[in-house]
Design a protein around this ligand. Sequence first.
Ligand code: G4P
Length: 555
Amino acid sequence: MKQIPPPNEQSESSVGENSQVLLEKEVQSRRNFAIISHPDAGKTTLTEKLLLYGGAIQQAGAVKARGEQRKVTSDWMELEKQRGISITSTVLQFAYSNNTINLLDTPGHQDFSEDTYRTLAAADNAVMLEDAAKGLEPQTRKLFEVCRMRKIPIFTFINKMDRPGQEPLSLIDEIEAELGLLTWPVNWPIGSGELFRGVIERNSKNVILFSRAGRGKQSDECHLRIDDPDLNSLVEKELLDKALEEIELLDAAGSEMDIELIHSGDLTPVFFGSAMTNFGVRPFLDQFLQMAQGPVARLSTNGPVNPVAPEFSGFVFKLQANMDPRHRDRVAFVRVCSGRFEKDMTVKHARTGKQIRLSRPQKIFAKDRAVVEDAYPGDVIGLNNPGMFAIGDTLYTGSKIEYEGIPCFSPEIFSWLRNPNPSAFKNFRKGVNELREEGAVQILYDKDQSKRDPILAAVGQLQLEVVQHRLEHEYGVSTLLEPMGFQVARWVDGGWSQLEEIGRIFNCKIVQDAWSRPVLLFKNDWNLNQLVEDHPDLVLSSVAPVVSGVEPITL
Ligand code: G4P
């Protein structure tokens, strides 16, 4: 074995070699994922149980505030507290079985999907959580589409098996038929609801029997071979026979496990379990770590960037202002993509070309923060953001690169934002510009520049309320919202020149986005389809391409 010399005897090149070895080791140990689900499917519960296995929290019930148990919570904003909802995403890092896992938490409420879309841009894997009784639900389908766009591996956890649910085979069929994803059940349930007895692991043919753990406790897991004679006294014969028959059916007619198809986002491993009672959470985590992809090479202006490349690079995927109202700060969340990030390092900001010293990087664990000394690809760091960063910005050392950026997703609610008090215009302008930059809401502008009132464009009504609330409480301006009655937005791929060629168009309003691109607003899909039929050459997109190198319009 090669001896590593003590630090003071190391030559410069061996220091370089050692840090490269360390980088590779750290990258190999990293796994990151975001959970996509419909509200109530059990995301908070699953998160909590995963953190419990990772030792990041000592007691379940800590993620979701439960009276005195409240320790870890992402509800830092006043409105979140008032409504008891989780609006903003946080990052939870924990260690488990020699891995460092980053769980990119996403808002529970569907009105904040935009935030989730952006968080998915920083994720290498997604866990699709389904309620066994409800199957696929609207929010899950929407978020799935974003994962598909990015081709990220999806792991399906079918939750609440301790409750009566749909037939496992029909849940699998639904995923295949509706999402066009191949499925590979990693385990198969024995019974469900009151009669849920555990799962059979398909590869090992081990049976894992579960006992119902009390709230906050990890369940005892009892592993038996399928031919263990004790099984007959522990599980009803008909339940076991049914599960085995179904597995036979899957073996004969189902897809085969293929890690490449998993990594290309075409095949989803499926797990059955019950987060609340801890059924199947640990086996899920163990298998997930084996099958999930580590930090991947990301596309940049210089081609794909390997995570183990020695130079540091990363991109901003989320901005959050006033996370801690006592400090009135702004934090930029950066996904590290390559190299080692070190505290106090000086990086270049691709959009402006400026050099920045990152002196107070933070790791943010829900409400708590700690200064980070270093971070590796797959990690997320929080940087204090004095108005310098925008979503999609690239930071790097070495030769210039710029990552692809994060597209804007189609908003569904549009409202004029009025400032009834002209003397407050300065604050109004500052608030609108900063909240747009942060991505709290999209801002559109009338085509006619003389009408200066901005249009708030959001995915959900609550998103608008948050903006109004924040304008009032953080910037001191009371505003009025005037709904516009549109529900659909589309970007025009051919830009203004194509619109001019077409001439007058009906039943839609033409506005512009912050990058002066035309956006068409429609009252409904019917009007949109009508326009597409009348003008087959017009190419419309529901996702706006990323703009780089152009300063946005500000108020
Ligand atoms: P969300 O973050 O996706 O919105 O869901 P959350 O974890 O808050 O779970 C929604 C409800 O479903 C909670 O019940 C939770 O306890 C329950 N739940 C989660 N996983 C399971 C499971 O595996 N089995 C069963 N039976 N229930 C589950 P609640 O009554 O709304 O809240 P609480 O009083 O339990 O906190």
